[in-house]
Design a protein around this ligand. Structure first.
Ligand code: GLU
Length: 499
């Protein structure tokens, strides 16, 4: 059997990280079995639809690498893939149910419903229109009364909802109301749209949030009423706020135990400097595990191991603290050119004009220093900003390198940089190390090279010195050494206390 799975977001906002997880599992399962992954847009709640949301959701899915085989942008044999464009189909099947005695027209006005609920003290529907005679229905229709179509839920007995990870769950039918299937504007509710679409789109497995489990007995009865084969249901566990309080949602902000706000939308993860492969790896671990305690794996490895039946139905928190670690691992594995290209948008966002070749001089040393791509921006500031060094002589000298020694060493460094050939890491290391050793009080290069880093980058923390120099190029290094010598010539240096 070909497996066909879908992700069916409502275009109410950005894709949030829980939604991405809801998309990831069916995608992995479809890829594992050579099946299809379908993107379907559930936009029948017009009040909640936000313009641009479909594009935002698709952009986030693409960034994560979750590609679809059928969908609103690419079409497919079971289109259209946007529910409002399938309106006629839902109307047709809602009326089919009415004609077959499985559903009925309900003419109750919102006020009547309100009153009935208040009287009954419950949110369900009192089924007032369930037993209208054909004549009563015809009379109301002739009067032009608006109606909705409601399902005739069996009044007694029970319904078993089979769930792949939760087993069979039995519901008492009397607890399930007669839900609206078709609204008065002719659009379906989720309860009707999902069985119709999942049937006609030949979906084999319905993976969806556990919030739909309570109405699943209705869905099971609908499939039965239509005489259609039930798909395999998998109700995915809730993802909790990192604090463990409540569900993570795109509409609310989420906080961790320390009260810090955490990222929720997929695009926030991208903008914060996370790599898509790290985010996907991170999400795959939430509610499923690779086995043998491995937390880092490629998506290909995950696909090869993944089974929907192995999903853990318990609710989980997102272990945000693991994401930085994972992301750092993925950054370290990047080829220098790939890293340079990945850093580019972040540097450009800081208004830096990026020269990839210069960047390549430092990217091989950067990987181990980054947890997020954004960490590179302050580290590389020296490469893009030309400001007077905010240094005093006291910053460039210390007990092991007094003012006279610093002046000597930096002068020698300037002469050396002017003539060294080739201007590469190895020659710079050799020459500057010797200069350091010859001028410091303890005969070690370290104290001088530390000051040299400050003079060259103006930063306490930077990529390694020699790589940074190569990235800057000889001319800019010389200009900074010139400036350093100026500062030293005016300065006092640290006073070495006697005794
Ligand atoms: N549109 C529904 C939601 O966003 C989809 C549920 C489903 O996948 O069936 O929750």
């Amino acid at each position: 059997m070909t497996v066909r799975l879908r992700f069916a977001p409502s275009p109410t906002g950005y894709l949030h990280i829980g939604g991405a997880r809801t998309a990831l599992y069916p995608w992995m399962f479809a890829r594992r079995h050579g099946g299809q992954f379908i993107l379907r847009i559930e936009d029948t709640d017009l009040k909640r639809t936000r313009p641009g949301a479909i594009e935002d959701i698709m952009a986030s899915l693409r960034w994560l690498g979750l590609d679809w085989d059928e969908g609103p942008d690419i079409g497919g044999p079971h289109g259209p893939y946007i529910q409002t464009q399938r309106k006629a189909l839902y109307g047709q099947w809602a009326h089919w149910l009415v004609e077959h005695g499985q559903a009925y027209k309900c003419f109750c006005t919102p006020e009547e419903l309100e009153q009935a609920r208040a009287e009954a003290g419950s949110t369900g529907y009192n089924r007032r229109c369930r037993n209208l005679t054909p004549a009563e229905v015809a009379e109301r229709e002739a009067a032009g009364r608006e109606y909705v179509i409601r399902f005739k839920m069996p009044l007694a007995g029970s319904t078993v909802v089979p769930d792949l990870v939760r087993g069979d769950i039995t519901f008492d039918n009397s607890q399930v109301t007669d839900y609206v299937l078709l609204k008065s504007n002719g659009l379906p509710t989720y309860h009707l749209a999902h069985p119709v679409d999942d049937h006609f789109m030949e979906i084999s497995h319905v993976t969806r949030g556990v919030e739909w489990l309570s109405t699943a007995p209705l869905h099971v009865n609908l499939f039965r009423a239509f005489g259609w084969e039930l798909p395999v249901y998998v109700h995915l566990p809730v993802i909790l706020n990192p604090s463990g309080k409540g569900k993570l949602s795109k509409r609310t902000q989420a906080f961790n135990d320390q009260g810090q706000q955490v990222l929720v939308r997929v695009e926030e993860f991208r903008d914060a400097g996370y790599l898509p492969q790290a985010v996907v790896n991170f999400l795959a671990n939430v509610g499923w595990s690779f086995g043998d305690d491995r937390e880092k794996f490629t998506i290909e490895e995950a696909i090869a191991h993944f089974d929907l039946a192995d999903i853990n139905p318990s609710e989980t928190r997102l272990p945000y603290e693991k994401l930085d670690w994972l992301n750092g691992q993925y950054i370290q594995e990047m080829e220098p050119l790939a890293l340079a290209n990945a850093l580019r948008p972040f540097l450009e966002a800081a208004d830096y004009e990026v020269n990839v070749e210069a960047l390549l001089a430092v990217t091989p040393t950067l990987g181990v220093r980054l947890k997020r791509l954004t960490d590179a921006v302050p580290l590389l500031r020296f490469l893009f900003e030309e400001e007077p060094l905010a240094l005093a002589a006291a910053d460039l000298t210390d007990q092991k390198l007094d003012l006279a020694a610093a002046q000597r060493a930096f002068e020698q460094a300037r002469a050396f940089v002017q003539s060294v050939e080739p201007f590469v890491v190895d020659t710079l290391r050799d020459g500057l190390t010797t200069i350091g050793e010859q001028n410091t009080a303890n005969g070690k290069a370290g104290p001088f090279l530390g000051k040299m880093r400050l003079a060259i980058t103006g930063q306490q923390v930077s990529p390694p010195l020699f790589e940074s120099m190569v990235a800057l190029g000889r001319g800019r290094v010389l200009a900074r050494l010139e400036e350093t010598l100026q500062i030293l010539s005016q300065g006092e240096g640290v006073t070495v206390r006697e005794g």
